[in-house]
Design a binder for this molecule. Structure first.
Ligand code: ADP
Ligand code: MG
Length: 245
């Protein structure tokens, strides 16, 4: 069963093509990583799936629903961003509960979901604190917790680790891999970091860069990380996957 299907998706910003004929099928439980040079369209593609950006042409299905016109809250997705702005005056519990309160989920259910997410992310001892009393890595875990409590079919991550220092990046990356094993959901993870892509992905989607290529914003290659590494379809793929920064 496929969780997400993209059929010939195109995006233009004021007539400038940014995403070019992207078709993809992501099966239930798969961990996909979108990678490519800065400006190639990774965030735009993710934001179209999330419903934060309109689609110029093509179709996006989540489950068996065509979601092109659905607002983000009705798509069954939850997104974790690079900048994880928490509400500074609210406790960690209230930060994690906030969207559920807005959605009028009942109190007992909110309590159950927040405690469950806190347990998964080892945030239980921190629930009564304010964000300023947490480290950067702990705050990013709270941002992931806010996504977990919504119990989404699909998790979308946009460079969630790029604001963390190197050792925390590795630790949080391991947490995300564990989370994927535990929850079994589909995940799409955007990064420009080859090591993150190689270690996390079931499948990598490498997008062509805008600068040197006519086929900008299209898929250069999709496949298992080792397939891209050992059998790149062209020099762009070989250069990108073969040379970690
Ligand atoms: P990436 O995440 O791979 O770095 P983006 O998806 O952010 O790339 O951007 C892809 C291209 O689309 C870039 O050239 C960027 O300048 C352009 N772009 C992104 N958002 C907008 C927007 N809201 N209006 C106009 N151009 C945009
Ligand atoms: Mg981006």
């Amino acid at each position: 069963m496929s969780t997400i299907r993209l059929n010939n998706v195109n995006k233009r910003f004021h007539d400038t093509p940014v995403i070019n004929n992207v078709s993809l099928e992501i099966k239930h439980g798969e961990f996909y990583v979108f990678i490519g040079p800065s400006g190639c369209g990774k965030s735009t593609l993710l934001r179209m799936i999330a419903g934060l950006e309109t689609i110029t042409e093509g179709e996006i299905y989540i489950g068996d629903r065509l979601v092109n016109k659905l607002p983000p809250s009705e798509r069954g997705v939850a997104m974790v961003f690079q900048s994880y702005a928490l509400y500074p005056h609210m406790t960690i519990f209230d930060n994690m509960a906030f969207n559920l309160k807005l959605a009028k989920v009942n109190k007992g259910e909110i309590q159950r979901r927040v405690l469950n997410a806190a347990k998964i992310l080892q945030l239980e001892p921190l629930l009564a604190r304010l964000p300023k009393a947490l480290s950067g890595g702990q705050r990013q875990r709270v941002a992931i917790g806010r996504a977990i409590v919504r119990d989404p079919e699909v998790f979308l991550f946009d460079e969630p680790l790029s604001n963390l220092d190197a050792s925390l990046r590795v630790a949080t990356r391991v947490e995300i891999a564990k989370l994927h094993h535990q929850l079994g959901n589909s995940m799409i993870y955007v990064t420009h970091d080859q090591v993150e892509a190689m270690t996390l992905a079931d499948k990598i989607v490498l997008l062509n860069s805008g600068a040197a290529m006519l086929n900008k914003g299209s898929i250069a290659q999709v496949g298992h990380p080792l397939t891209l590494y050992h059998h790149p379809v062209n020099e762009f793929v070989a250069g990108f996957i073969g040379s970690p920064k």
